[in-house]
Design a protein around this ligand. Structure first.
Ligand SMILES: [Fe+2]
Ligand SMILES: [Fe+2]
Length: 267
């Protein structure tokens, strides 16, 4: 049986979440997914995730929520990480932090492992994600039929390196965090679906989801200005994948941005 995976990139703001929930029926009609993963690190005012917003996602048939570096900036996220096995944070943060970096979900008689790792280039100097991936796969020891990895990292180089590190060992390595979708979706030679970043779900009349006037002030004046969420030009970005549960390898990956970007003037 195929796993038809819908993987949604970083949801920014509660408006981004509302837009995703409104758009889900269209995406479900188009792709008919039987497993959904969303990245929720930026939902609560741009940073973190609370219980109510997680509930909204689970009510919309989301199976697992991944997060990332911003999850720690909202104190309300921590009890959620500690209490809900289906809300993940990168596994390679130092031990002692709440939450888990992986979960095995059994669905359609298939054991699907979802795990999250975070890169170290231009981010916190946490434990090595490559060694963490090796230890995770070693401990998993064949207990999952399908393995999906969210690699939350800043640079395309570190993401590509992780793709090669995991090729043939997982069904998919899908990048998050940069909020800009990359044009490198592919099935690697040993059967792992890969994309450096699936992109952002939220307001695109912005700089990565934040108000563009404030982002510009920070660049031009080189002083601190409090970020605020942008509000318009909502889009959902993500990828649709088909994974063979017998082999644990991916057969297909299709990134999407909905609605598409304008590439002509006057629309
Ligand atoms: Fe993000
Ligand atoms: Fe992030």
């Amino acid at each position: 049986m195929d796993i038809r995976l819908l993987f949604i990139g970083d949801i920014v703001g509660e408006n981004g979440l509302a837009f995703l929930i409104d758009t889900f029926p269209k995406l479900k009609e188009k792709y008919n997914p039987n497993f959904i993963v969303t990245n929720g690190e930026n939902i609560w005012q741009g940073k973190g995730l609370n219980e109510e917003d997680a509930k909204l996602l689970f009510k919309s048939d989301v199976d697992v929520i991944t997060t990332g570096n911003h999850i720690w900036e909202n104190w309300k996220s921590r009890p959620l990480l500690a209490s809900n096995d289906r809300v993940l944070r990168p596994m390679n943060y130092p031990s002692g932090n709440p939450g888990k970096g992986s979960v095995i979900v059994e669905k359609h008689n298939i054991k699907i492992a979802v795990a999250q790792l975070q890169g170290r280039t231009f981010l916190q100097t946490i434990d090595c994600p490559f060694r963490a991936a090796d230890a995770f796969l070693h401990n998993l020891d064949g207990k999952a039929d399908v393995i999906i990895i969210d690699f939350h990292a800043e640079t395309t180089a570190e993401k590509m390196a992780m793709g090669w590190h995991l090729d043939g060992r997982v069904a998919a390595m899908l990048g998050t965090h940069t909020h800009v979708q990359t044009a490198d979706a592919q099935i690697l030679p040993n059967g792992t679906a890969f994309i450096s970043d699936v992109g952002m779900t939220g307001p695109y009349d912005s700089v990565l989801g934040m108000r563009k006037d404030i982002a510009l002030k920070r660049y031009i004046l080189q002083t601190a200005h409090k970020f605020e969420l942008a509000e318009s030009d909502m889009k959902v970005a993500g990828a649709y994948l088909e994974i063979d549960s017998n082999t644990g390898q991916a057969n297909y990956i299709e990134p999407f941005v909905y609605p598409q970007f304008n590439t002509k003037s006057g629309i």
